[in-house]
Design a binder for this molecule. Structure first.
Ligand code: HT7
Ligand code: ZN
Length: 892
């Protein structure tokens, strides 16, 4: 497996001024004609004559012309990866290439290039799918305006591509040629774009339509295209789109730039959605919603993904990436923007907590395991394997740190400069960084290590009180990662505050910049100062913090994607949980407290302390607190996070012991807080019509959290309440929560309700996915056997990525007890299914193979079993390049 390296980047020899594509759609033999105007890149003109090298895969060659002259067969060399026309056969500095190819969309199960999903033609070109449509310089630094003509049989009325409609009025027109009735549409996208943003959709679709007037008064047509019958489920996505468009104008000064913006919902899709210029293509799961079929979480995801794809119009499309190593340039920035949007639409603190929980669940294990890589990787074998939590979520944290360091005005000035300086260009992280340096007058040389250095930094917090003054020392260290043994100090913004022992704030949020391996500050709360010391203080003896007049609240707002190690007594954690003025730090205090309780239960078989359940009881009954926040605070750390804590301290994790500790903690909360939990459930009981707004969703989240804790304590009333809630719910959130309680606690009410649920919703793909997932994630004995039985169900269409993920993916990623079963049955089942999916859909297989990434955290018996499965995959002949790269990196 030969890697592609950032260090080898060279600009293209040939640029493209214009592209004209013609499609004659046919399920097994689609004819593609590409007319491309090439021009020699002046940057490389001095190097003399250059061959024309075009990427192309799985294409049937039907001939080409250059400037109207047919190309002789011996003038073109076609190989498995593309074609080469020797410089001697090229007419000069400019020419028009016209090439005909044939493709087979029906046979395309990998869902890259042009494929068919439930009778609908659609494309996925990021990262390198366009080369499966026609021969082309398929690299993001080749940008061109596109015109696209689509011709199809009469029964395919909707023919869409990027840009504005030229003919066909936004659908198609009927033409009769030689007695044959055909549909035709022509689209023109005036904005130069790389091929990965190309899109084509064709099918029998219906539109949910609306309009938007931009800040400068331009009228934009909006359309969400779905299969007939789904049109009533588009209202929320449309509303989210309009709010996103307004938000980008108001917060970033970015207006939409075409006459029409379209979204299409597709059933078979490898990822969440794709930001193709003017024609976003979405996994149907992230578009379609109704109160009967979608949960609050689904609504929230739809809102954020619609926003994310829309925001790409500026951060990704108008300014794109020079090469795929710069992926975080568009993804990290766009995730940061969608997180800010969600915070503005909903609760800022709850959004921040959710983002950090997600980062710790997905990115921290990646950064601490065999798949660790920098936010901007330096080499890859298969670029599709680098659409990772590190590039996306850590990439967003890097932007967030920059914003914190330069302040809101600095951030806005830097982005304004970026848009002004680089509109229409394919850029690098260095160019983005220069905009911050130029707009804010700050040297970011050291900060830039966040993009190049992999691994999660550990920041150790040392506190020494001298009367009313705190000497605070922060020390940073990043453990080695594959290929990077040595790590240099990072610029780590650390937001701190002090809470007095009476619960009053003694120091408001103050931002420290940790730039050395070890650094100290003298903090005088009375004066409100934090003065850097010239030399770091020696490590204090003993466990001093409990002696001070105040408790240090550190990494407020999660000011950097690091692990902060702060020794603190349980009483001090409880104090911050009760009084911290920073909502994130308040939640974090409770989270750390719960982790300490879990670790003591696992390591020392310690009982669950009353002080912990009391502290959460006080929080539960604090009616002044946002219910969504209370629900988050009552959620225990996940099994994987606890495993990470154990491994981070040099131990090995036993999945059964972790499961037992978590169960004991939930049972303790459920029994000791039985009264307040039942009262909270009753007080929040739903009434009136469903609304997906954040406040209503927060109330449902808290009530359902309480119901689960009551059931964990084995309360018969909770079982009855769950049955009644399932039977009478007027929305999917409450129905699904009740079903999960029944199924995960193995209650007798589960089986009839699972059957009723399936019978009622079997026609709805998104709900059937939920039916599989609720069973796949049940932490019950013999889980692998249950999954095997479910895989034999007629509804288990395993070639559909959503369905595969709903059962096999959910089991591997969200049923730690079943996946890590001591007999290895979970590992074997997942491996069997990955090997079956790999030849059909390598991209989805490789992504799910990452379920094994943290295997070295576990006890030797589990490690042996996983190693055997990794070896089995590696030894499989014909394993895809995608899966092989992931498996080999995991094997180490
Ligand atoms: N930019 C997109 C990433 C992507 C993708 C989407 C769908 C299918 C395959 C894909 N490969 C890469 C999605 C995004 O980040 O917005
Ligand atoms: Zn994106």
């Amino acid at each position: 497996q030969t890697p592609t390296r950032l260090a080898d980047y060279r600009p293209p020899y040939w640029l493209v001024d214009r592209v004209r594509l013609e499609f004659e759609l046919d399920p097994t033999a689609t004819r593609v004609t590409a007319e491309i105007e090439f021009r020699r890149n002046p940057e490389r003109a001095a190097e003399g004559p250059a061959d024309l090298r075009l990427d192309g895969r799985s294409l049937i060659w039907r001939g080409a012309k250059i400037d109207g002259t047919p190309l002789a067969d011996d003038a073109v060399a076609i190989d498995g990866e593309g074609l080469t026309v020797a410089a001697a056969h090229l007419p000069g500095e400019r020419f028009t290439w016209r090439c005909e190819t044939e493709i087979d969309p029906a046979a395309n199960t990998a869902l890259e290039g042009l494929y068919i999903s439930k009778g609908m033609y659609c494309t996925q070109c990021e990262a390198e799918g366009f080369r499966k449509i026609t021969f082309y310089p398929d690299r993001p630094d080749v940008m061109a305006p596109f015109e696209v003509r689509i011709e199809a049989p009469e029964e395919i009325p909707v023919l869409l591509s990027n840009g504005n409609p030229v003919t066909g009025g936004g659908t198609s027109e009927l033409v009769v040629t030689g007695g044959t009735r055909r549909r035709v549409a022509v689209w023109h996208d005036p904005h130069p774009k790389p091929a990965y943003l190309f899109a084509l959709v064709a099918g029998d679709l219906v539109a949910h339509r609306d309009r938007f007037t931009t800040a400068s008064g331009r009228d934009v047509e909006l359309a969400i295209w779905v299969r007939p019958g789904d049109e009533a489920k588009c209202a929320y996505a449309m509303d989210a789109l309009k709010r996103s468009m307004r938000w980008d104008e108001e917060t970033h000064g970015r207006e939409y730039d075409l006459d029409i913006f379209q979204i299409v919902a597709v059933d078979d899709f490898n990822m969440g959605a794709m930001e193709n210029k003017g024609l976003n293509i979405f996994n149907a799961k992230y578009v379609l919603a109704s109160p009967e079929t979608a949960t609050d979480q689904d609504y929230e995801r739809i809102e954020s993904i619609v926003a994310h794809e829309y925001f790409h119009n500026w951060t990704g499309n108008r300014i794109t990436c020079r090469d795929w190593f710069q992926l975080c340039l568009k993804e990290g920035l766009t995730v940061y923007r969608d997180q800010r949007f969600s915070a503005d639409m909903r609760s800022e603190p709850v959004q921040r907590i959710a983002d950090v929980v997600a980062l710790r669940a997905a990115q921290f294990p990646e950064d601490q395991g065999p798949l660790a890589h920098p936010v901007r990787p330096e080499e890859y074998v298969e670029i599709n394997n680098f659409y990772t939590a590190t590039v996306y979520e850590k990439g967003a944290e890097v932007i967030g740190m920059l914003a914190r360091l330069v302040g809101p005005e600095g951030y806005r000035a830097a982005l304004d400069l970026y848009f002004e300086r680089h509109d229409g260009q394919a850029c690098t992280i260095e160019q983005f960084r220069a905009c911050f340096e130029d707009a804010c007058g700050r040297d970011l040389t050291q900060f830039a290590r966040w993009w190049s250095q992999a691994g999660t930094p550990r920041v150790t917090v040392e506190e020494a009180w001298e009367g009313e003054t705190l000497v605070l020392t922060l020390a940073q260290e990043t453990p080695p990662t594959p290929g990077q043994a040595e790590k240099a100090p990072l610029v780590i913004p650390v937001a701190i505050g002090l809470i007095g022992r009476d619960g009053a704030e003694m120091l408001p949020t103050t931002l420290l910049e940790l730039t050395e391996a070890r650094q100290s500050w003298r903090i005088a709360p009375a004066a409100g100062t934090a003065e850097p010391l010239p030399e770091p203080a020696p490590a204090p003896e003993g466990n001093a913090p409990a002696d001070g007049p105040a408790v240090l609240s550190v990494a407020r707002g999660f000011s950097a994607p690091a692990i902060f190690r702060q020794r603190m007594t349980a009483a001090d954690r409880a104090l911050l949980l009760a009084h911290d003025t920073d909502p994130f730090a308040r939640w974090e205090a409770g989270h750390r407290y719960a982790l300490d309780v879990a670790l003591a239960a696992i390591r020392e078989d310690a009982a669950i302390p009353e002080a912990w359940t009391d502290a959460l009881g006080r929080l539960l009954t604090d009616a002044g607190l946002d219910p969504a926040f209370r629900s988050r605070a009552l959620t225990l750390p996940g099994a994987d996070e606890i495993a990470g804590e154990i491994a981070g301290a040099g131990g090995l994790a036993d999945p059964e012991a972790i499961h037992a500790a978590r169960s004991a903690m939930r049972a303790a909360l459920g029994s000791r807080l039985a009264g307040p939990l039942a009262e909270t459930c009753a007080a929040l009981a739903g009434s009136g019509p469903y609304s997906p707004d954040a406040a209503a969703a927060g109330r449902r989240a808290l009530r359902n959290r309480c119901l689960d804790l009551r059931a964990a304590a084995g309360s018969p009333e909770a079982a009855e309440a769950a049955e009644a809630q399932f039977d009478t719910a007027n929305n999917m959130t409450d129905r699904m929560a009740a079903l999960t309680v029944l199924a995960h606690h193995d209650l007798p009410g589960a089986a009839p309700r699972l059957a009723a649920f399936h019978a009622r919703f079997q026609g709805d793909a998104q709900v059937v996915d939920k039916w599989f997932t609720v069973q796949a994630t049940a932490p019950l004995d013999g889980a692998a056997g249950r999954i095997a039985a479910l895989a034999a169900h007629p509804a288990f269409d395993w070639k559909n990525p959503n369905r595969f993920r709903s059962l096999i993916g959910a089991f591997a990623m969200a049923n730690p007890r079943g996946f890590h079963a001591a007999d290895g049955a979970g590992y074997r089942l997942v491996t069997d299914w990955l090997l079956r999916l790999d030849p059909v859909n390598p991209q989805t297989t490789a992504r799910l193979a990452g379920a094994f990434e943290s295997w070295r955290r576990y006890t030797p018996d589990r490690q042996r079993l996983i190693r055997a499965e990794l070896d089995r995959m590696a030894a499989t002949p014909g394993l895809s390049k995608n899966t092989r790269e992931i498996v080999e990196r995991m094997r180490g």
